[in-house]
Design a protein around this ligand. Structure first.
Ligand SMILES: [Zn+2]
Length: 78
């Protein structure tokens, strides 16, 4: 409706936080952005030492490691 409402909304849907953006007034469907990956708990951490990681992580058997040392330590513990 004209002069009413907001083009942006934020809601919790099925326990997940999401952002709703009506970026086109002529379209009924909004853009929905799931913010679950923006949670602090979603931060990528080394599976061995727990250190937060940037992009250059080492992947092994679906696990992530911050360094060769952590990878070796984890392998040795298998
Ligand atoms: Zn590590």
């Amino acid at each position: 409706m004209d002069d009413e409402g907001w083009p942006i909304g934020i809601e919790i849907w099925q326990g997940r936080l999401r952002l709703i953006i009506f970026d086109d007034i002529n379209r009924e469907d909004p853009q929905i952005i799931d913010l679950e990956n923006a949670r602090e708990t979603a931060r990528t951490r080394c599976n061995w030492c727990g250190k937060e990681m940037e992009t250059d992580s080492i992947k092994w058997k679906g696990l992530l490691f911050c360094s060769e040392a952590c990878l070796d330590a984890c392998r040795a513990a298998q």
